[in-house]
Design a protein around this ligand. Structure first.
Ligand code: SF4
Ligand code: SF4
Length: 383
C-alpha cells in the first residue's frame, strides 16, 4: 500500500490545476470537486499531509464514472495526468483504509465473491438465457469462445441470445463457458481489487481448457478488463498472461459483413452511435462499430454532436449507477436529448451496460428514440 501511495502522489503532483479537464466531465455542474482536478487535489493533500480520510472524501472520489473524458482532455491539452487510474488507485487506498467503497458497491462486491456476478443472482442460473437443450450441447473445445459477461447473462439477455444466433449464422466453431465468472471490472473500477486475481485466473484457466484461439466479447467492460486490466502493466498486481486473441463482437461483425458471410436487409432508419467509454475513450475503437452500421442498406448514419474522442459517458460506469442512480440517469438523459436533436430513430451502442442506462433514460423522457446494441441490429436485419 505504501508503494501505491507513492505512485499516486507522483501522478497527482503532475496536475497543474489548469482545470481543462472540467470542460469535458459529464458530472461537472460548477463545483471543482465534481471533476477530476478537484478529486485529484483532495486526494493529494489528504495523502501528503496525512489528513483524516472520511466519508466526504469517499463521496467525492467515488462520484465518478471513470469514463476517461478528463484523461483524454488532459492528454490533448495539458500534462497528460492519468486521471482514471489515479482515481482508481485513490479508491483502492480508501477501500484499504475501510473508508470506501460506497455501501452499494460493497454489496455487489460481496455478492461477486459468493455468486460471481454483481446482480444479486445465483451462479447456477447464469446460463438460463440459453435454451436447456443448447446448454447441454455446448462443445468442450472449439476454435472460438463467446465470453458473455454478467450484464448480458442476467439482464440484457437478448444481447447474449442475438450474439449466439449471429455466431451460428456465420458458421463459427464456438463455445461458451459452463462456469464463466464476472470479469472483475466492477471491482477494478471501484478499488476493490483483492478478489479480482481469483476471477481473472479462473476465467483464463477455463478459457484455456476449451483450446479457443480467440475470445469474442459483446460487453465493452469485459473486453476492456481482458485487454487492459488482465494483461498490461496497467495493474501491476494482475499480470494474468494468456495466449488467446481477444475480439470485440463489432470486429467479428465487420469481418463477416466484409466477406459476405452475413448480409443485411434494408433498414430505412436514421441511426446514430454512442461510443461506450470502455471501447472508445479507453481502447480507441471508434471506426469498427461505425463500419458495421454502414453495412445496413438504406441507413442514414448521423453522428451525435459529441462523438469519438469528444463522446460523453452514458453515466453508468465506475460504480456510478449503483451509488448515484438518479444522477447516473440524468447523464443518459442528456445523451438521448442529443439523439433527438439530430432526429435519430435509433441510438446504437456496443455495450449492454450503456444499453441499460440509455434505455432507462428513454423511459424517463418518454422518448421515441430506440436503443439498440449493434449485435441486435445485425441479428434483426439478417437477410
Ligand atoms: S487537465 Fe490535467 S493538469 Fe489540468 S487540471 Fe485537469 S487533471 Fe490537472
Ligand atoms: S472520469 Fe469522467 S466522470 Fe470521472 S472525473 Fe473524469 S470526466 Fe469526470
Amino acid at each position: 500500500m505504501e508503494n501505491l501511495k507513492k505512485e499516486l502522489l507522483t501522478e497527482l503532483s503532475q496536475c497543474t490545476k489548469c482545470k481543462f479537464c472540467l470542460t469535458s466531465c459529464p458530472l461537472y455542474k460548477g463545483w471543482i470537486r465534481e471533476g477530476a482536478t478537484g478529486k485529484l487535489q483532495a486526494m493529494y493533500y489528504a495523502l501528503k499531509y496525512d489528513l483524516p480520510l472520511d466519508n466526504s472524501l469517499r463521496d467525492m472520489i467515488f462520484a465518478c464514472t471513470t469514463c476517461s473524458s478528463c484523461q483524454k482532455t488532459c492528454e490533448n491539452y495539458s500534462t497528460g495526468v492519468k486521471s482514471v487510474l489515479a482515481i482508481e488507485k485513490a479508491r483502492r487506498i480508501l477501500v484499504n483504509k475501510g473508508i470506501g467503497p460506497t455501501p452499494q458497491e460493497k454489496k455487489f462486491a460481496n455478492h461477486i465473491e459468493r455468486e460471481f456476478n454483481p446482480y444479486m443472482e445465483l451462479h447456477v442460473k447464469r446460463l438460463d438465457w440459453l435454451p436447456r437443450q443448447e446448454r447441454s450441447f455446448l462443445p468442450k473445445r472449439a476454435e472460438y469462445l463467446y465470453f458473455v459477461g454478467c450484464t448480458s447473462s442476467y439482464r440484457q439477455i437478448k444481447i447474449a441470445q442475438d450474439s449466439v444466433n449471429v455466431l451460428k449464422r456465420i458458421g463459427l466453431d464456438f463455445t461458451i463457458l459452463q462456469d464463466e465468472w464476472c470479469c472483475g471490472s466492477p471491482l477494478l473500477r471501484t478499488g476493490q481489487w483483492d478478489f479480482v486475481i481469483k476471477l481473472a485466473q479462473h476465467n483464463i484457466s477455463e478459457i484455456k481448457k476449451t483450446g479457443a484461439h480467440t475470445v469474442i466479447f459483446s460487453c465493452a467492460g469485459c473486453y476492456r478488463a481482458f485487454n487492459k486490466d488482465y494483461t498490461s502493466d496497467y495493474h501491476d498486481f494482475l499480470k494474468s498472461d494468456y495466449d488467446f486473441k481477444t475480439l470485440h463482437m463489432t470486429g467479428l461483425l465487420e469481418d463477416a459483413l466484409r466477406t459476405k458471410k452475413l448480409e443485411l436487409k434494408n433498414s430505412d432508419k436514421t441511426i446514430t452511435y454512442h461510443d461506450p467509454c470502455h471501447l472508445g475513450l479507453h481502447l480507441s475503437i471508434y471506426d469498427t462499430p461505425r463500419n458495421v452500421l454502414k453495412y445496413l442498406p438504406g441507413t442514414r448514419f448521423v453522428e451525435l454532436p459529441k462523438n469519438r474522442e469528444n463522446s460523453v459517458c452514458c453515466g453508468a460506469g465506475g460504480g456510478y449507477r449503483a451509488s448515484f442512480p438518479d444522477s447516473s440517469i440524468d447523464v443518459s438523459v442528456n445523451r438521448i436529448k442529443e439523439a433527438e436533436e439530430i432526429s435519430a430513430d435509433i441510438l446504437a451502442s456496443a455495450c449492454p451496460f450503456c444499453w441499460r442506462n440509455l434505455s432507462d433514460a428513454v423511459n424517463n423522457l418518454k422518448s421515441k428514440v430506440q436503443i439498440k446494441d449493434i449485435i441486435e441490429l445485425v441479428a434483426e436485419n439478417i437477410r
